[in-house]
Design a protein around this ligand. Structure first.
Ligand SMILES: O=P(O)(O)OC[C@H]1O[C@](O)(CO)[C@@H](O)[C@@H]1O
Length: 220
C-alpha cells in the first residue's frame, strides 16, 4: 500500500514529505477552502503542492458538465506533470474521464461508493478510483466492508490500463490497516491520522526503557 496525504495544507505536505513515505497527495474543494485560499490562487496552490510532492497530486474540478470538466481537466493537467484530475463518479464525470484519459491525462474518480460505480469508473479510463470509507461509517453503514467489495470486484478484471484503488475518506490508523489487509493500492490519509499510523504506546514505552538503560551504560 502507498500512503497519500489527504490535505491542501502546504505545511502538512512539507512535513509529511520529509518523512520519506509520502507517495502522493489528494485535495478536494473542502480541503482547499480550509486553507483559506481563494479561487484566484487555486492553480498556484496546486503547482506548489506538485513541486513539494514527488508523486501524483489530485486536483478536483467542480464543473457539472462534461465539457466544463474536460476544459478544467486540461487546465489542471497543464499545471504540472504530476497533476491528476479528480472528477465525480456521475455520468458527466464518466464521459469527461473517457476523453481526458484518451488524451493521456490521468483521472481520479471520486465520490465512489459502490461496486458498479467503481467498475464504470475503471471502464471509462480512470487511473485511480476513490471509494469512500468514513462517510459510510457516518451514516451507520460499514465503510470498510464497502471498500472490500470494491477492491475485490475491481481486481476481478483487466481494464487494459493500470487502475489503482485509493481508500478515501479515511479517518483512522485502523481504516489504513484494514485497507492494506484487503489489498487497497493506496490510502489517502489526513495528516493527524497519518501521524497515528507510525505511533504505538508500546513503541513509546520501549523507547523510553532503552533510553533509560542507555543512561546507566553512560554513567558506568
Ligand atoms: O469524508 P472526508 O473525510 O471528508 O473525506 C473525503 C474524501 O474525498 C476525497 O476528496 C476523495 O479523493 C479525499 O480528499 C477524501 O479522502
Amino acid at each position: 500500500m502507498k500512503f497519500f496525504l489527504d490535505t491542501a495544507d502546504l505545511a502538512e505536505i512539507e512535513e509529511a514529505a520529509s518523512w520519506g513515505v509520502l507517495a502522493g497527495v489528494t485535495t478536494n474543494p473542502t480541503l482547499y477552502a480550509r486553507t483559506g485560499g481563494k479561487l484566484a490562487d487555486f492553480h498556484n496552490h496546486i503547482k506548489r503542492i506538485c513541486e513539494i510532492v514527488d508523486g501524483p497530486v489530485s486536483a478536483e474540478s467542480v464543473a457539472m458538465t462534461r465539457d466544463e470538466m474536460i476544459r478544467d481537466g486540461r487546465e489542471l493537467a497543464a499545471l504540472a506533470d504530476n497533476v491528476v484530475v479528480k472528477l465525480p463518479t456521475m455520468i458527466e464525470g464518466l464521459a469527461a474521464t473517457r476523453q481526458l484519459s484518451s488524451e493521456g491525462i490521468p483521472v481520479n474518480m471520486t465520490l465512489c461508493f459502490t461496486v458498479p460505480q467503481a467498475i464504470m469508473a475503471a471502464r471509462a479510463g480512470a487511473r485511480y478510483i476513490s471509494p469512500f470509507v468514513g462517510r459510510f461509517d457516518d451514516i451507520s453503514e460499514n465503510g470498510l466492508a464497502q471498500l472490500e467489495d470494491v477492491v475485490a470486484a475491481v481486481n476481478n478484471y483487466d481494464f487494459g490500463h493500470e487502475v489503482e484503488i485509493i481508500a478515501a475518506s479515511v479517518r483512522s490508523a485502523n481504516h489504513v490497516a484494514q485497507a492494506a489487509l484487503m489489498g487497497a493500492d493506496i490510502a489517502t490519509v489526513p495528516f493527524a491520522a497519518l501521524k497515528k499510523c507510525v505511533q504505538h504506546p508500546l513503541t513509546d514505552r520501549g523507547l523510553d526503557a532503552f533510553l533509560k538503560d542507555w543512561e546507566k551504560v553512560q554513567g558506568a
